[in-house]
Design a protein around this ligand. Structure first.
Ligand code: PLP
Length: 401
């Protein structure tokens, strides 16, 4: 739509989320009766485990239907602290936790709480689409640092240091990564933390995929590198990906008190609190059996292996082995310049567009993550869909001239 006089300049500075747009188009084509195979999804295909749903139903029936404290019910914040201690040996007090309307909102609140106009936030690309948009909405300036396969799409301490200016406030680290599936090792995080501490900047650590890891690279929180690193870490996590709870909208921030105070102030004037029953559901997720998480992780791992194997069997496609999350991010740039039935593949956007129209397979173009050589495929779908969809992709690629 053309800009309207009723739209703020702020709205004009950002674009609609490309991942949501592709999912919407694929859904629309499906509803028109087309047999689309979608690899666009950014969420688990599993349902929320039963005991979590029951906890929310019980909370509703028990009358837990009022406002809660703005940062969330104390039991939940205590459970989050217990989880951080058990998983990462990180000591936070419940006062240092704010629950938010999803991890996405946690990051938004954090940016609103720390940025002054013009403050810079370093974002390694390929990046999750909402980071730059959220920085811009908070009047900050995204500073993109490009990475590629040669470093497994990870930023080096030298690259980080070179991007730091007197206006730098924060760097965003997302491990395991969406869209690449790559993970930083403890040593790599320690090297980044050394720069962060020496240069005295903050790090927003988006750990939403921490429970979905498949290789012997363990998930490490950068906050656990040292006390000094922890003081500068804004740790973001939530229940969406690990517990198949994307629709519940429940995430959290753990950080130093001054940052948390700012976030609380903003939250108390915007959302007030996370929906009460979603908080009780999250409490059950964190304190209940973790068996369902493990069962989902095992299924994702099987699909990951299948998808990566099938992708790498296609001539001209090369895909690093993702270590976490649920995405493969193959390089398809060897097809640029080739012609399909109805057009020419010139970049990742035209690649995905032509593939969807001609062979009914929905992928997400890397350009959406500022990486115009790769495409993202989610393996949060069935083995049968993976086999059928990659076969279609393979046949379509073979038909290109
Ligand atoms: C899905 C996702 C989020 C947001 O998760 P919600 O808790 O559902 O808001 C944040 N960061 C990354 C990298 C994601 O993929």
């Amino acid at each position: 739509m053309a800009p309207s006089k009723w739209q703020s300049d702020r709205v004009g500075q950002i674009e609609d989320s490309i991942t949501l747009a592709i999912s919407a188009l694929a859904k629309k084509m499906k509803s028109e009766g087309l047999d689309v195979i979608g690899f666009g999804a950014g969420e688990p295909d599993f349902d929320t485990p039963e005991f979590i749903k029951e906890a929310a139903i019980k909370a509703i029936q028990a009358g837990k239907n009022k406002y809660t404290d703005s940062p969330g019910i104390l039991e939940l914040r205590e459970a989050i602290c217990a989880t951080l201690l058990a998983d990462h040996n990180l000591t936070y007090s419940p006062k240092q936790i704010v629950t938010t309307v999803g991890a996405k909102h946690a990051i938004y609140n954090a940016m609103m709480a720390i940025l002054n106009p013009g403050d810079e936030v370093i974002i390694p690309a390929p990046y999750w689409v909402s980071y730059p948009a959220q920085v811009i909405l908070a009047a900050g300036k995204p500073v993109i640092v490009q990475t590629d396969e040669s470093t497994e799409f990870k930023i080096s301490p030298q690259q980080l240091e070179a991007a730091i200016t007197p206006r730098t406030k924060c760097v965003i680290i997302n491990s395991p990564s969406n869209p690449t599936g790559m993970m930083y090792t403890r040593d790599e995080l320690a090297a980044l933390a050394e720069v962060i501490v020496r240069k005295d900047i903050l790090v927003l650590s988006d750990e939403i995929y921490e429970k979905l890891v498949y290789t012997d690279v363990a998930h490490v929180s950068i906050a656990s590198i040292s006390e000094e690193a922890k003081k500068r870490t804004i740790l973001v996590n939530g229940v969406s990906k690990a517990y198949a709870m994307t629709g519940w909208r429940m995430g959290y921030v753990a950080a130093e008190l001054d940052i948390i105070e700012g976030i609380n102030r903003i939250q108390s004037h915007s959302t007030s609190n996370v929906t009460a029953n979603a908080q009780y559901a999250a409490l059950a997720a964190y304190t209940g059996s973790q068996e369902a998480v493990e069962a989902m992780r095992v299924a994702f791992d099987r699909r990951r292996k299948l998808m990566v194997k099938l992708l790498n069997e296609i001539p001209g496609v090369s895909c690093l082995e993702p270590q976490g999350a649920f995405y493969a991010f193959p390089n398809i740039s060897s097809f640029f310049g080739k012609k399909s039935k109805t057009g020419t593949v010139t970049d990742t956007a035209s690649f995905c567009d032509l593939l969807l129209k001609e062979s009914l397979v929905a992928l997400v173009p890397g350009i959406g993550f500022e990486s115009d050589t790769c495409v993202r495929l989610s393996y949060a779908t069935s083995d049968a869909q993976i086999e059928a969809g990659i076969k279609r992709l393979k046949d379509w690629l073979a038909s290109l001239k």
